[in-house]
Design a protein around this ligand. Sequence first.
Ligand code: HEM
Length: 189
Amino acid sequence: MYPTLLALHSVIRWLVLAGLLFALFRAYRGWISERQFSRFDNSVRHWTATIAHIQLVLGLLLYFISPITTYFLQHFNQAVHQREPRFFGMEHSFMMVIAIVVITIGSTKAKQKTTDNGKFKTLVIWYTIALLIILTSIPWAFSPFTRRPNFRPFVLAKVAPPGQKWLKPDQKPWQTGAVPQRNYIQFYE
Ligand code: HEM
């Protein structure tokens, strides 16, 4: 369950980003060249928000089963000073909820606008803010801080990655400085 949810959450990040980028491309183009807000534009607005909502549900489910957030909640005073547990327990989750609220407000406001230009402009403003929050809150593989693979396979090997030792009982990867790797489950317990 946990590896599947984690892999789904990881892959849907690309759908969220693709949806937002496409919606923004159409919104900027429509706004600048004063186009008609078509039925297709309306579907793009709607589906972008829906994909974000699916990601929100997966994120909330993960929050309650992930060993990292469980550790964070159970050892709050200590974990709040540890980078990875704090990132997933607070920073990532909080910022992503905010971003999805921003997408929802933008989508609803755009729907309520009566002019085509008003709809495009509303989407431009709210979806741009959401995209910036999301881009800065993803644990990118290249991040110097908390990093995760860009593409996580659904089937994870339950062995320690080459060069990394098995963890001792109740030792967590973030306590060893080990970098989580693509094909391996986070916790080699
Ligand atoms: C647009 C919204 C979001 C995006 C793009 C996103 C993206 C990601 C990515 C790329 C990962 C790393 C996955 C991996 O290790 O392969 C991740 C992990 C995680 N996300 Fe999100 N996320 C979003 C929203 C949320 C929300 C709203 C929550 C909770 C309220 C959440 C909770 C988590 C948790 C708990 C993990 C870590 C799970 C673990 O490693 O055990 N995410 N997210």
